[in-house]
Design a protein around this ligand. Structure first.
Ligand code: 5GP
Length: 213
């Protein structure tokens, strides 16, 4: 009997400007089996952002309806807007054996941790607070007020790193990406993730296949 290994839920957070979005983008381009969960948000789209690709851009009342229907794995208010992870998609992809990335804020990550302790929680850190500030300014998409709010939050958010399983400093992008890849590869080799299937399949010689495919 062969059952598909459940995919790994990878939660990536860190302060605005740490570069988690860029790291996730690279991972998606390089790995066919990694999928990004598209979040819902009530914030306005930035230039170039596409509904259903970057986010599901919802009106506040539609977002709140989905909250009532228990449609989110987690949701949180971040910088004055609501953000949430649609539940059904994530569950489906994990059941199909796909690895799923959630790129979400710290409040959301901690909520996910309560229900998905088997998730992999990775915190992306900037090389320094000064560099973080420069990156947010360079992005140029924030108003002065939003920029200050994001920067103040970043100071508080850094303290939550101890709640995560891994911390990756994003100094050089390639290095940071390869560290995250190594974390995922190691997590997929964990005996407690593969044990159930290995026991079931051991007589059919599928252990080798599971470990090395
Ligand atoms: P931005 O407005 O820059 O796209 O995102 C602002 C913050 O919201 C980022 O820290 C991002 O990771 C977080 N975020 C995006 N989607 C979600 C989500 O579904 N849930 C939570 N809790 N945070 C999210």
């Amino acid at each position: 009997m062969r059952t598909c290994n459940r995919g790994v839920l990878i939660v990536i957070s860190g302060p605005s400007g740490a570069g988690k979005g860029t790291i996730c983008k690279e991972l998606l381009e390089k790995h066919e089996n990694i999928y990004l969960s598209v979040s819902a948000t009530t914030r306005e789209p930035r230039s170039g952002e596409v509904h259903g690709v970057n986010y599901y851009f919802l009106k506040k009342e539609d977002f709140l309806r989905k909250v009532k229907e228990n449609g989110f794995l987690e949701y949180a208010e971040v910088y004055g807007n609501c953000y949430g992870t649609p539940k059904a998609n994530v569950e489906k992809m994990l059941d199909e054996g796909k690895d799923v990335i959630l790129e979400i804020d710290i409040q959301g990550a901690l909520k996910v941790k309560e229900n998905f302790s088997e998730g992999v929680f990775i915190f992306i850190l900037p090389p320094s607070m000064e560099e973080l500030k420069q990156r947010i300014i360079k992005r140029g998409s924030e108003t002065e007020e939003s920029l200050m709010r994001r920067f103040k939050s970043a100071y508080k958010e850094i303290n939550y790193v101890s709640k995560y399983n891994y911390a990756v400093v994003n100094d050089t992008l390639d290095v940071a990406v390869s560290k995250v890849e190594s974390i995922i590869a190691a997590e997929k080799c964990r005996v407690d993730r593969i044990k159930e299937n290995t026991i079931l399949d051991s007589k059919e010689g599928l252990i080798h296949e599971q470990l090395y495919d």
